[in-house]
Design a protein around this ligand. Sequence first.
Ligand code: ZN
Length: 360
Amino acid sequence: MDHVETVRLHPPDPAQLIAWLERFNAAANWLSGVAFRERLWHWLPLQRRAYREVRERFQIPAAATVVVIRKVAYAYRNKQRRQHQATFRRRGAIPIYKHRYKRDGTVSMYGFRIPFTARPQAWLSSRHQAVLCYRRGKFILHQVVEVDVPPPAPVQDYLGCDLGTVNLLTDSEAEAYSGQAVEEKRRIYVHRRARLQKRGTRAARRKLRQISGRQGRYQRDVNHRIAKRVVAKAQRLCCGIALEDLRGIRDRIKARRRQRARLHNWAFGQLRQFIVYKAAKAGIPVVFVDPANTSRTCPVCGHVDKRNRRSQAAFSCRRCGHEEPADVIAARNVRAWARGDAPMVASARAATSPHPTSRG
Ligand SMILES: [Zn+2]
């Protein structure tokens, strides 16, 4: 399966690489204008029309010119995207092909030879494309590599997970994974965004983009850490991982309504993706259970009642009086159902491996 390795670049002359990045994006912006005005959506006509001009105007090598053309064509890949002229950030990320990681610790790309560092276990191969990013004074290459994954080990038990009822994640052992700190940070962001939106100036709009980028990166980082902890715990306990299947057909509307009440929707999609992905890499099976009634069934006596759920956070059984936090109840039910006490929806073995760089 695919895995993304982070490679830090240490260019001896960063200004030179920055200038190059800017030239690349300037070329893409110029070409985007040509493509839009002349309605050349595919790379081949675009290449015929502008290859020479791009090279001459922006002084970029042949290999990079081809990448600029592909990048622009990709930005106009469907009808919807052809409504407006595509623009690229001045120092936006660019794809890298035909690069080579050398034994002497340098990477060669587009005529540059740049020292790099990666984590010690990193297995680097330039068979697939990489993406060059420049952010806060650092150059990073995101390199896609293929890794062998062990077949999922047979398991008897599962770690049930509930996402986002009160905490970001609660497992069936009643362990909660950060909720409050993240929620506070989110509120601060929401507040600041609202203020900037009201102002509506150009500078405010730019700041707004910055903030949403920062928030996304923060959320992503939190999700990575939680997924890592959950997978490590399942590994330690020699069990699989059970999640609610929110794409389930049977209770889709109810599940969605429940989702809506949660902290922040897309973030949970991403967290689920990260868990599935990291589990697959570790050879830990993931199963999805039907989400119906996970939050209203008593794990002690089995009584199902909407009123068992006293509030968003509290569960109290109407029949036997059992009380526990609602998220722990949900996680326990997810585990019980994965063990076979209720029909399962699907196995994760067929699930696609989500790309960790894609924003879910
Ligand atoms: Zn009960």
